[in-house]
Design a protein around this ligand. Structure first.
Ligand code: PXP
Length: 257
């Protein structure tokens, strides 16, 4: 099975908001995250990921509705567990939702969701989203107690937080990789789909491909960064090739569809 790539396009919106957040009426607004999503799809993305944050620092509500309409793969919406965002998601009805912890001070999602401590708060949200057919994923640290809590919550998917691995070097990095491998194995044995993401890039991705039963990786910052030099379609294609070396034939066409 190929490893699927979800391309997170938040930072395309970050560039737009840097100029136009306070000038939303401008006739010059760019870049468009929807255009970015279509380019990522042409490069072989299996899905488009976007995080509608409470502070709307990058993706805004309109983007989500437009993305859902425009893309031909699947939309994976990342969200914090708030009633306001749940209400929006129930209107958009993305294929996937990934519940993440969210604090206004953070630069990006910093830790995994604590499903042990917040179980009673998460329970109604997981249920409400599952009841309308959304595949709910919980973004968790690769810890056995978090996987047990995710299972108890009835989440069909977890996304293992690879941030600690991405930030570590030497033996600490080996230890983080081993934690991820143990967590992936445990999740799969528990019947939960294994996704992973955060902090992954073109150079640290290799060892992550050894996670057992890995289905999908969500990658944003490094792909958007590389797209400045080679374009988003090509930056996506290069990552898809790293995940699945056999995917493209010699003409550069996708072999899988
Ligand atoms: N997965 C989750 C749950 C995230 O919150 C993020 C960051 O928005 C990513 C993956 C992508 O992380 P990065 O931008 O570091 O690739």
């Amino acid at each position: 099975m190929p490893i699927l790539l979800g391309v997170n396009i938040d930072h395309v919106a970050t560039v737009r908001q840097a100029r136009y957040a306070r000038n939303a009426g401008s006739i010059n607004i760019e870049p468009d995250p929807v255009e970015a999503a279509l380019a990522a799809e042409r490069g072989g993305a299996a899905g488009i990921t976007a995080h509608l944050r409470q502070d709307r620092r990058h993706i805004v509500d309109r983007d989500i509705f437009r993305l859902k309409e425009a893309i031909s793969t699947k939309l994976n919406l990342e969200m914090g567990n708030t009633l306001e965002i749940v209400a929006i998601v129930l209107k958009v009805l993305p294929a996937d939702v990934c519940l993440v912890p969210e604090s206004r001070e953070e630069i990006t999602t910093e830790g995994g969701l604590d499903c042990v401590t917040h179980r009673s708060l998460l329970e109604p949200t997981v249920k409400a989203l599952r009841d309308v057919g959304i595949a709910v994923s919980l973004f968790i640290d690769p810890a056995p107690e978090q996987i047990a809590a995710a299972a108890a919550l009835g989440a069909p998917v977890v996304e293992l937080h690879t941030g600690a691995y991405a930030e570590a070097t030497g033996t600490a990095r080996d230890a983080e990789l081993a934690r991820l491998i143990r967590a992936a194995k445990l999740a799969a044995e528990t019947g939960i789909q294994v996704n992973a993401g955060h902090g992954l890039n073109y150079t640290n991705i290799g060892p992550i491909l050894t996670l057992p039963k890995l289905v999908e990786l969500n990658i944003g910052h490094s792909i958007v960064s590389r797209s400045l030099f080679v374009g988003l379609e090509q930056a996506t294609r290069e990552m898809v090739e790293l995940l699945n070396p056999q995917v493209f034939n010699t003409d550069g066409d996708l072999r899988l569809s």
